[in-house]
Design a protein around this ligand. Structure first.
Ligand code: AMP
Length: 463
């Protein structure tokens, strides 16, 4: 009789997956692939050939299974080929490129004095760069890979010292990295693994010349991983110039789609009603959970935040005119839940990985439906449920049709007012809509005003 083996072989191996199973899996997880010789996806962590020291960190983090982008992106990246990934922040894309990066670094000769990094990750904003670094530090710890984050708005000294000590992974925003290159604090001669994260946003922010300058200093036989949430022409053109024989993996349907775990409410309002509606809404939902409020302009952000604070709401704001120290502080207060309301502009908020944002409020409707989907995507992350409230004015009418399509696709209610705007009808004169404006709210307002001994709201310029 043959003794049973001490370790059972895995029941499902990647090789054993039939083409049909692969197809089914990709369909289920909304993975679309392009390119030659695309490897099969990995359904579980055990299926991917990461070294134990990498897997241990994943297990420690308590992750149950690879996200869609990881399931398909890991085997692609581990082949050493170039990769285009169309996936959003929140999809697990950071680890999709970082874990293969760690394997890549460990396969290279160790750094010699004067060597620059082996892995370079370019990111559009300081916030995103810092978040990437945190993941790199966490998941690279067991392999003793050193990393540093290079971004503007802070003193160069500590960054220069890190670079001079030698780091395998550099995560950088383009401007400050060029500073460091121009002043010879680092070089890109050893970079063999290049990541461009949120390429669409980097182009939006006007970083194309800097990106070109940086990439021109990196050896052409590098492996390049190019990430974007969207795929407009400019992003595609740059990919064509930077990548060789890439795989392409798209997560989610090609049509713009919102995360179905997010409840979406749209309220037709007039500009002058917004502040009072916001306060009503906050009264309704405020339970100490994190609330992220989007505004169009930095000025608007400051104004509304000041007003909210005057009215007793724990709000702070983050936008591009704030110093790095202030942005870091605001973000940490928000993350720690000390200031559970944060107002933000798109650029500042893009890519933020803040866990447990329960509500997103679009105080101003964004300039595109893509931004709308991004914004509300700050909630409902990693399997959690979230809710998005959106103020929609007559000035936003041109977005009504597309917005309705997004709401319908996600199984959300479309109010008759919004539907009418989608058909080209003018909006109701004074915003008859409303999330849940109930008599109870009004009664409560009156009670509270009495308690506070002031005519609450009476002094507000928005009234
Ligand atoms: P990202 O899209 O990279 O910003 O990741 C969003 C969040 O998901 C981060 O906090 C990650 O740590 C987390 N995450 C990454 N991979 C997984 C996974 N396989 N399972 C659960 N959470 C994950």
């Amino acid at each position: 009789m043959i003794a049973a083996p001490a370790i059972l072989p895995p029941t499902v191996t990647v090789e054993a997956m039939s083409e049909m199973e692969v197809e089914e899996y990709r369909q289920k997880r909304e993975i679309t692939v392009e390119g030659r010789d695309v490897p099969k996806p990995v359904k579980s962590f055990a299926d991917v050939r990461f070294p134990d020291y990498v897997l241990q960190e994943v297990m420690k983090a308590g992750f149950v299974e690879p996200t869609a982008i990881q399931a398909q992106g890991w085997p692609m990246a581990l082949k050493g080929r170039d990769l285009i990934g169309i996936a959003e922040t929140g999809s697990g894309k950071t680890l999709a490129y970082l874990l293969p990066a760690i394997v890549h670094v460990n396969a290279q000769p160790i750094l010699a004095p004067g060597d620059g990094p082996i892995v370079l990750v370019l990111a559009p904003t300081r916030e995103l760069a810092v978040q990437i670094q945190q993941e790199a530090a966490k998941f690279g710890a067991s392999s003793r890979i050193k990393n540093t984050c290079i971004y503007g708005g802070v003193p160069k000294g500590p960054q220069v010292r890190d670079l001079q000590k030698g780091v395998e992974i550099v995560i950088a925003t383009p401007g400050r990295l060029i500073d460091m290159l121009d002043s010879h604090h680092t070089n890109l001669r050893r970079v063999t693994y290049l990541v461009l994260d949120e390429a669409d946003r980097m182009l939006d922010m006007g970083f194309e010349p800097q990106i070109r300058k940086i990439v021109s200093q990196i050896r052409p036989d590098r492996q390049t991983l190019y990430w974007s949430a969207t795929w407009p022409k400019e992003v595609e053109q740059l990919a064509r110039q930077f990548l060789y024989n890439p795989y392409k993996v798209i997560i989610g349907s090609a049509d713009l789609k919102a995360n179905h775990a997010i409840r979406q409410h749209v309220d037709i309002v007039s500009e002058s009603q917004k502040y009072n509606k916001l306060v009503k809404l906050l009264e309704d939902i405020m339970d100490g959970s994190r609330i992220l409020i989007f505004m169009d302009t930095k000025k608007g952000c400051d104004q509304i935040t000041r007003q909210l604070r005057m009215d007793g709401w724990p709000a702070l704001s983050i936008h591009g005119d704030k110093s790095q120290a202030e942005r870091d502080w605001v973000l940490s207060e928000f993350k720690a839940g000390k200031s559970p309301i944060m107002t933000a502009t798109d650029v500042a908020a893009r890519g933020l990985d803040v866990k447990d944002v329960k509500y997103v409020i679009n105080y101003d409707f964004p300039g595109s439906l893509e931004d709308y989907v991004h914004r509300i995507g700050r909630t409902g992350r990693a399997g959690a449920k979230g809710t998005a409230y959106t103020f929609f004015t007559a000035a936003n009418a041109r977005f009504a049709k597309e917005l309705i399509a997004i709401l319908k696709e996600a199984g959300q209610k479309v109010s008759p007012e919004l539907a009418a705007m989608g058909r080209g009808a003018p909006p109701p004169p004074s915003g008859h809509g409303g999330f849940r404006v109930r008599d109870r709210d009004r009664d409560r307002d009156r009670d509270r005003d009495r308690d506070r001994g002031k005519g609450y709201g009476g002094s507000r310029p928005w009234n």
